[in-house]
Design a protein around this ligand. Structure first.
Ligand code: ADP
Ligand code: MG
Length: 229
């Protein structure tokens, strides 16, 4: 079943075409990797799906046209987003942040933090810029796990995470998916496709091909031209 369909999505910024009539279907239950080199428009695509950036075209979630909905309404429908570089927030503690979107008590929050490789004591830390980018990513992942979303858009979840921890992050994403979340996993690293059930190759503001992770990996190596490096 189709969970998310993107139809003819275009984004222009300062006269530049960043997304150029992009089409994509994401099936319910998949870990769908969007693979593409730097600059092809992957983050812009994530921002469009969340309604953070302006675009033309249609976004359909479970047969409902959400193209005109606000970010908040999309979140209410169960879409969550991990930014490539998560923002920091002054004055909010990590436990409060995770609680916004979940029913977890403090012990469960601590457990979730441990899962993503953060010490329990971090529940009392502020989500400000005293945390590293990698730590903020882990907090985002904890918040997403805690909220059991319908759809999680993860923009380069492995960047800023040390090599040793990447397998851990991969298994957490798998677990999230097993628990019922469809995942759109954005990456420029083909290693991540090992946990994918489906993959799409993105070049120059478009999805050029969708298929098995294996086939898309092959194509990525030999054929993703037109990257703006
Ligand atoms: P990716 O995530 O695949 O690396 P991005 O979506 O971040 O790609 O960016 C795609 C292209 O759009 C890049 O060339 C980038 O410089 C450009 N771009 C992104 N945001 C803006 C903006 N606000 N104004 C102008 N150009 C932008
Ligand atoms: Mg990006």
């Amino acid at each position: 079943m189709n969970l998310l369909s993107l139809k003819d999505i275009s984004v222009k910024k300062n006269g530049n075409t960043i997304l150029n009539g992009l089409n994509l279907s994401v099936q319910k239950g998949d870990i769908h990797v969007i693979l593409g080199v730097n600059g092809v428009g992957k983050s812009t695509l994530a921002l469009a799906i969340m309604g953070i950036t302006k675009y033309t075209g249609k976004i359909i979630l479970e047969n409902r046209d959400i193209s005109k909905l606000s970010i908040t309404k999309r979140a209410k429908l169960g879409i969550r987003f991990m930014r490539q570089t998560p923002p920091s927030f002054e004055g909010i503690k990590i436990r409060e942040y995770i609680k916004i979107d979940s029913n977890l008590g403090i012990e469960e929050i601590k457990k979730t933090l441990k899962k993503v490789g953060l010490p329990e004591s971090y529940s009392e830390r502020f989500l400000d810029d005293t945390l590293s980018g990698g730590e903020r990513k882990r907090v985002e992942l904890a918040a997403i796990i805690a909220s059991h979303p319908k759809l999680a858009i993860l923009d380069e979840p492995d960047s800023g995470i040390d090599i040793i921890s990447i397998n851990k992050i991969k298994s957490l994403i798998k677990e999230l998916n097993k628990n019922g979340t469809t995942v759109v996993l954005i990456t420029h690293r083909e290693e991540i496709t090992s946990i994918a059930t489906k993959a799409s190759l993105m070049c120059n503001g478009k999805i050029v091909k969708s298929g098995t992770p294996r086939d898309i990996n092959k194509l990525f190596k030999k054929d993703c031209k037109g990257a703006k490096l």
